[in-house]
Design a protein around this ligand. Structure first.
Ligand code: GLU
Length: 425
């Protein structure tokens, strides 16, 4: 390794979500059969009205305002007001090239430790490390759905009550697929208020709550919550790179500082994408219909995968939103050790080599290396075809196993292969 590297960057590897995607594609190019359950990418196409808006705005070529197109900021504010009844206006919104970039900016600008539950998405902690912030992982339990417990957070903050901190809470969650109840959010909000925590509510999967019941913690602590969202997940547009932060009025100073750094770094977000995003955040019947159909498929497929894994003796919580599962293979620990598998990384490597199923190790999400947890992204299917096929099944009827095996075949085959592999097949 080159010793001239910045100390904060030394030892870091490319983000595992992106690395597994590139590796899976390379293996496919070599002719290997690979089931891509590694990267968490929406399987569904971008809704048609949004694509049409992008097409109509392809000519937009000017640099945009650093904080984002005013029309888009207004559309995002209206969207958040409608969803969560929080008072916000266009002036409270910051647009960036992906919420990931905004997460990085906020940590760069705000001098505070990062607090995240374990497990958490792969990039929060490395971003903090790159900037040189202290990271604290607060352990969670599978019995409690891997959710951050408000009392644990309180106990942690008590030790140094006035220390500046950022808490990132993500729900529906990546990697667990679970979300929080209103009471749990209320309890965490009370702790955030007590210790003046900057609370970043990562709601990128909010619209993919499987029954459409997403509730924002901003309802319980509007004055401390920044709501993060974007087009990547619910709108199927990860590659478009557009994210938004909505701030409380009392945190305008933070938005202003992030805008300064944005002006010195990415300048502004792609103009055509911003125009198209206006259409996405305006919503309406067509987009709502798209979401209802996407949720129906994700819910059925998530339950299918969890059931199959459970039947194979793997512990897993039933997902409530998004497109992830976080199974724990520990009930098979003796068998795994017998096969010379001692870490979640080795587990993923062996499953990939022996079955072609790509997934990510729990250690990438902050879990102990020797714990046999993994993340499965149940997204390897053609979402466009599947939406059309699901339309032929009356909405009061479930999408049954036969439907899923036919239209999400790579995913169903992958979990069945995992089951066979565990059984020693
Ligand atoms: N959020 C997605 C995932 O966890 C992919 C995007 C990314 O990590 O940058 O797989």
């Amino acid at each position: 390794m080159n010793s001239n590297l910045n100390l904060n960057v030394r030892g870091l590897r490319p983000s595992s979500t992106l690395a597994i995607n590139e590796r899976s594609d390379e293996l496919r190019q070599q002719g290997r059969r690979v089931f891509k359950l590694g990267l968490g990418q929406s399987p569904f196409p971008v809704p048609l009205p949004v694509v049409e808006s992008l097409r109509a705005n392809a000519f937009q070529k000017e640099y945009q305002a650093v904080r984002g197109l005013h029309e888009l900021r207004g559309a995002v504010a209206e969207y958040q007001r409608g969803l969560h009844q929080i008072p916000c206006t266009a002036e409270d919104v910051l647009v960036g090239p992906g919420s990931k970039e905004l997460m990085f900016l906020v940590q760069l600008v705000y001098y505070g430790d990062l607090i995240i539950p374990t497990p958490s998405w792969v990039s929060y902690a490395p971003q903090a490390q790159i900037i040189g912030r202290r990271v604290t992982w607060i352990p969670t339990l599978p019995e409690s759905g891997w959710r951050l417990d408000a009392d644990d957070l309180d106990r942690f903050c008590q030790a140094d009550p006035s220390r500046p901190r950022i808490l990132i809470l993500n729900y529906p969650n990546n990697p667990t697929g679970l979300t929080y109840s209103a009471q749990e959010l209320e309890a965490i909000a009370a702790v955030a208020v007590r210790y003046h925590i900057v609370l970043i509510s990562d709601e990128i999967y909010g619209e993919l709550h499987h029954t459409g019941g997403h509730v924002s913690i901003a309802r319980y602590c509007p004055e401390r919550t920044i709501i993060s969202t974007g087009l990547s997940k619910w709108c199927g547009a990860g590659g478009w790179r557009l994210g938004t932060f909505t701030f409380p009025r009392s945190m305008r100073w933070l938005l202003d500082s992030m805008a300064v750094v944005a002006s010195e770094t990415f300048t502004s977000t792609s103009a055509p994408i911003q125009y198209a995003a206006v259409r996405a955040f305006q919503g309406g019947i067509e987009i709502e219909h798209y979401l209802v159909r996407a949720r129906r498929i994700l819910q059925a497929l998530g339950q299918y995968c969890a059931n199959r894994l459970e039947a194979a003796g793997v512990s897993v919580c039933k997902p409530q939103g998004g497109f992830y599962l976080f199974p724990d293979f520990s009930p098979h620990a003796a068998m795994l050790r017998g096969r010379q598998i001692h870490t979640s990384e080795q587990l993923c490597e062996r499953v990939l080599n022996e079955t072609g199923v790509a997934m990510l190790p729990g250690s990438d999400f902050g879990r102990p290396a020797e714990e046999f947890t993994v993340r499965i992204a149940y997204v390897d299917f053609n979402g466009g075809h599947c939406l059309t096929a699901a339309d032929a099944v009356p909405s009061d009827q479930p999408l049954d196993d036969a439907f899923l095996e036919r239209h999400c075949g790579n995913v169903t085959m992958a979990v069945n292969l995992i089951g066979d592999w565990v059984a020693g097949g």
